[in-house]
Design a protein around this ligand. Structure first.
Ligand code: L34
Length: 307
């Protein structure tokens, strides 16, 4: 009798075992690997990779992300430059700064998005030298990515690919549903997951705000990648049992429960969805830190091109 109960408990435990995709831990591993390469670059008499980040305006979240990028550079031994410009910077002033960076000795740089409304984002991204475009946002690099040619992969999708790879999530022949069609997440993610690579080779469906029968589609997903910008939008009833769920959303909502006065949420209702899935990435500590690790990887590639 006692023996039977133990088996039952064990069986239940096995059923509930869920893999937490720890982006923070994985990004730390990647940073350690990069640091080793930097040591070798410097030991062979070359300059350490140099990343610059341009931040226009005083948006609190953007400041946090850019500061985290600069800190990550220090950690791996990169040189970094933070270019802080006021929210009243004109488009021409920003384009002049970009021209300077194109002709400077930085290996790669990014212009943190979103930009203030009066600046044309497309014009700015087009002005970045594709060789230094470590975000992979220049149309030439987006085209190269779509064609499967060597290029800088956009940091967030690249980070997600590394999460899937390092957690041995099988993607070949699987059904992958990408929620959201943004230029920096959903659109490139759907292209990368359908490529003939590993991770990749998935059967990809993209859903967005105009999709009908949303739940019917999302419940088919073996891999569900969510970047729709709506806090806790994805609930357990939208997810297939045993799926892998990657949460790309990040929202700072006011909270009385924290000392800072806000709490971070993703696009997925973590507590109920995690009960159901095989693997899930949390917010915070999931995709965010991986985005930064990917940016460092791209900057390392940029520096190696220079050697
Ligand atoms: N040009 N703009 C450009 N490149 C990017 O790659 C980005 N992105 C997105 C916004 N704009 C951009 C980022 O850097 C989002 N993003 C980003 C980067 C890091 C983190 C989140 C988003 C991150 O570190 N998140 C932490 C929590 C940080 C906090 O306290 O808010 C996390 O654990 O999720």
């Amino acid at each position: 009798m006692y023996y039977k109960v133990c088996i039952a408990l064990n069986y239940n435990f096995e059923l509930k075992k869920m893999v937490l995709i720890d982006g923070k831990e994985t990004s730390n591993q990647i940073k350690e690997e990069i640091a080793v390469e930097v040591t070798q670059i410097v030991a062979s008499g070359n300059k350490a990779p140099h990343l610059a980040a341009v931040l226009v305006g005083e948006d609190g979240a953007s400041q946090t992300y850019v500061n985290a990028k600069v800190k990550a550079c220090e950690k791996v031994g990169f040189e970094s430059t933070l270019v802080q410009m006021s929210s009243t910077t004109s488009e021409t002033e920003l384009l002049t700064k970009i021209d300077e960076l194109n002709n400077s000795d930085v290996d790669g740089y990014i212009v943190q998005l979103p930009l203030p409304k009066h600046i044309d984002e497309h014009k700015v991204l087009l002005a970045i030298d594709p060789i230094k475009d470590v975000d992979g946002f220049h149309p030439e690099n987006v085209g190269r990515m779509a064609l499967g040619l060597p290029t800088y992969l956009p940091a967030t999708p690249y980070g997600i690919l590394m999460m899937l790879e390092r957690y041995n999530i099988e993607t070949e022949g699987k059904s992958c549903v990408v929620m959201g069609r943004s230029h920096i997440v959903g659109s490139p993610m759907s292209i990368l997951m359908s490529r003939n690579t590993n991770p990749g080779n998935s059967t990809v469906t993209m859903v967005h705000s105009r999709t009908k029968n949303l739940k019917e589609i999302t419940t088919q997903a073996d891999i569900l990648i969510v970047g729709i910008g709506k806090p806790e939008f994805v609930t357990a009833d939208m997810v297939k049992e045993g799926a892998t769920v990657i949460d790309v959303g990040i929202h700072r909502l006011p909270s009385e429960l924290t000392r800072s006065g806000f709490k971070l949420f993703g696009d997925v209702k973590f507590d109920e969805v995690s009960e159901k899935c095989h693997a899930i990435s949390p917010v915070p500590g999931g995709v965010g830190p991986m985005t930064i690790a990917s940016l460092l990887k791209n900057t390392l590639i940029a520096a190696q091109r220079r050697e």
